[in-house]
Design a protein around this ligand. Sequence first.
Ligand code: GUN
Length: 301
Amino acid sequence: MTASLIDGKTIAASVRANVTEAVDELKLTYGYVPTLAVVLVGEDPASQVYVKSKHKFTKEAGMGSIEHKLPADVDEKTLINLIHDLNADDKVDGILVQLPLPKLIDTDKVIAAIEPAKDVDGLTEINAGRLSLGKPGLRPCTPEGCVILAKRALKDGDSLSGKHCVIVGRSILVGKPAAFLFLEQNCTVTIAHSRTKNLDKVCRSADILVAAVGRPLMLKGDWIKKGAIVIDVGINRVANDNPKFKRKTKLVGDMDFDAAVKRAGAITPVPGGVGPMTIACLLRNTVLASCARRKMAMPDI
Ligand code: GUN
């Protein structure tokens, strides 16, 4: 058996198309443009690529895109003052501070400065708390993308309800919020991590396996129950030892894809799986944030 591929690029494009339609409608009806502000500190190459991509897709969806680039040695106060300015700027609907921040900056303090109504990453204590309480709020983009992909991978008429979802990874950006989001879908959820005993056995009990540990190829193919849905969040750059390819490095997930594809029912590729969904969900969150803040009806996107 070979798993079917969960095509994140196509699914993300369909989410972005819905967002674009909602943006057009908002422009026509209310005459304003939902706008996202992204703050990038320093020169981390991966972060630069993400931010460029966010800008491109934000513009493509017809939304406003504001970028603030600050040097790596910026002091915390200047960064927090910028966030306060963005909080107060009525035309800004969403604020995203690209992570990771340079080591000397207190990330928790910076995130806490973001107005929860504009926190399109869903990282503030208010939004994280709302998620854990099952109350409406802005949800982190990557785990939201995981749920959408898992739903799309289901067979016709099937639902996530009652399925065992094992999430390997407990980060605040992915693992923990993913657990609450799959719980919201009535999954039975297990959060596992690098210190979980018998991790292979735990993974083998999953109907839906979410790999979010950030270690290249850590999860092995025979850890997968036959027919399971595998969502690989990992984006790891490793040396490319295949002489057929010119590039010295390549991207791999947390899952040993070549082995996993032989057992899973459906699996996300890396790249082209979860990655594109993060930006699509970010745009969606920005539109939802703009409607909530302006007390307008929420579009069904
Ligand atoms: N860095 C990697 N992924 C993310 C994300 O989803 N949000 C932010 N703010 N930074 C990131």
